[in-house]
Structure formats: structure tokens, C-alpha cells
Design a binder for this molecule. Structure first.
Ligand SMILES: C[S@@+](CC[C@H](N)C(=O)[O-])C[C@H]1O[C@@H](n2cnc3c(N)ncnc32)[C@H](O)[C@@H]1O
Length: 267
């Protein structure tokens, strides 16, 4: 099927929501960046269908739209429930998806070395046992010239959000919990509290297996500070907020405090 890419460029809102899911709809800057990455790789390789691996791809919010564009997409995730949901989402829009159960740190053993043109690692480094081991496995899966797209929670934003909510002691503890490497560790493995990263920390992590970092964007600079659904009821306000977010995503001082950080790594 033909898919709108990225979301927000037309088509029925309901259809987009079904294809992209809530998270996909909330990350238009990420889709804009990925559209350029894919176009560049298609031009570089001369192949229209790329091999894309979604490490910790969950329910397929990113994987399914790529599959709908005709790419060969493999979702790797330890959760059988998430993989089943991703397959259901793919079936709903009549696209094929390969689902493999496993952890990001074993990615090369699951999909093969030098097997991917693009690896997505979105909202996963927060939860893995050892982010450096996962990033090393991702690097081994990338082909020369291929790209990893990393999206992760920003440790600085968490401090800001707590402070703006009047939770000053928590904010200070979060701030002091950011280690010298720019990583705020999970409070207790196995809980829902995620690990968080500064931009410097995420950059160092991506570079640790020898990848070269590329563009970095701040995702949800203002939206993360507004009450949930603040601009949802007013279409004009939602459009204005999206335009503001687009501009802020690349403005260093604002990018660095965004709720989430999106960084590309190239092999
Ligand atoms: C917040 S969800 C993100 C899902 C998807 N990447 C997205 O952006 O919508 C986190 C996902 O990471 C997966 N996960 C947890 N530990 C993992 C690990 N060690 N390796 C790979 N994925 C893992 C979870 O099962 C879950 O699907």
C-alpha cells in the first residue's frame, strides 16, 4: 500500500493514526529526519528497498510505516506480546514484517553482521542492561555507510520538568544523579524508571563502538513542558506548536533541554 511519509503530510488522520500509532504521530521531527536518511541511502546504494532493523521495536510504531513503504523490516524485541502486537498492526495495513524475539545486545547474532542499511533504536537504551554493549552490537549490524537512529530520554529535561512541577528536591536529586559520562542510571533495574542521557552522554555512547555521530535534534522541547493535550483541541495552535518544535529542534540551547534526544550515528 502507499503510505504517507512522514505523518502530518496529508491523508486521513485516522488512517495515519492506525499506521503510525500515537508515538509515531508525536514525533514528526524524527520522521522528517528519517525520510532524509532513507532517501540518501536509497540514492547511495541504488536500492529502493532497504534492510531496516528496529531494535526494541515494540509494537511496530516505527517499523510498520517503513514496511508500508516497501522496505524489508525486522523488529527485534524481547517481548512476545509486543512482537505479536507489531504483527497485528502490520497485518491491519497488509504489510510484511519479520519479528524476532531477542535483546539488543545480541542483535548481530539475531539478524547478522553488516545486515542493515538503517537500525532504529528508539526509546530502548533507557531499558537495556548495558547500553554500550547494545550499541556495539548495533554497530556490527550496520553496513558501511549505514545509519543508526537513536532516540532516548533526556536527563536534563527530567530535571526541568520536576522543577517546573514544584518538586525541587526530586529535581535536585535527578540533577545530581547525572553521572560524569552524561548518563543518569535507572533507579532500580526491572522498574519502569528509565535510564536517561544528556546529549553529550548519548553522543559518547554512539561513538563508543567507532560510529560517527551526525545530526542531533531535540524532540518535544515545548510539548514536554505543556500540560498533556494542551494544543490538541485547537488545530491552529497544534500547527503553530509543531512549527515551533521544528525550529527549536535544531536550536542548540533548546535542543539540549528537549524531552527526548534524537541522534544519528553513521558507520
Ligand atoms: C518504550 S518501548 C519503545 C518501543 C519502540 N522502539 C518505539 O519507539 O515505539 C521499549 C521497548 O524496548 C524493549 N526492550 C526492553 N529491553 C530490551 C532489550 N534488552 N533489548 C531490546 N529491546 C528491549 C521493550 O520490550 C519495549 O518494546
Amino acid at each position: 500500500m502507499a503510505a504517507e511519509f512522514p505523518p502530518g503530510t496529508g491523508g486521513a488522520a485516522l488512517g495515519e493514526r492506525r499506521l503510525y500509532g500515537r508515538d509515531g504521530m508525536r514525533s514528526p521531527v524524527v520522521w522528517d529526519v528519517l525520510r532524509e536518511v532513507v532517501a540518501a541511502r536509497v540514492a547511495q546504494t541504488g536500492r529502493e528497498a532497504l534492510d531496516i532493523v528496529d531494535a526494541g521495536g515494540g509494537t511496530g510504531g516505527f517499523a510498520v510505516p517503513f514496511a508500508a513503504l516497501g522496505h524489508r523490516v525486522t523488529v527485534v524485541d524481547p517481548s512476545p506480546d509486543a512482537l505479536a502486537a507489531a504483527q497485528r498492526r502490520a497485518a491491519e495495513v497488509h504489510v510484511r514484517l519479520t519479528a524476532v524475539q531477542g535483546d539488543a545486545d545480541g542483535l548481530d547474532g539475531l539478524v547478522g553482521e553488516s545486515a542493515a542499511d538503517l537500525v532504529l533504536c528508539h526509546s530502548v537504551l533507557e531499558y537495556v542492561d548495558a547500553p554500550a554493549a547494545s550499541m556495539a552490537a548495533i554497530a556490527r549490524v550496520l553496513r558501511p555507510g549505514a545509519t543508526v537512529s537513536v532516540l532516548a530520554a533526556n536527563a536534563v529535561a527530567a530535571v526541568l520538568h520536576r522543577a517546573l512541577a514544584g518538586r525541587y528536591t526530586e529535581a535536585r536529586e535527578l540533577l545530581l544523579g547525572i553521572g560524569p559520562g552524561g548518563v543518569a542510571q535507572r533507579e532500580a533495574p526491572g522498574t519502569d524508571v528509565p535510564r536517561r542521557f544528556t546529549l553529550a552522554g548519548l553522543t559518547a555512547l554512539i561513538e563508543s563502538p567507532g560510529l560517527r555521530t551526525g545530526d542531533a535534534h531535540g524532540i518535544r522541547v515545548f510539548a514536554g513542558l505543556l500540560p498533556a493535550g494542551a494544543a490538541d483541541a485547537d488545530a491552529a495552535a497544534a500547527d503553530a506548536l509543531r512549527a515551533l518544535e521544528d525550529a527549536a529542534a535544531v536550536y542548540p540551547a533548546l535542543r539540549d533541554i528537549a524531552a527526548r534526544l534524537h541522534v544519528l550515528g553513521h558507520r
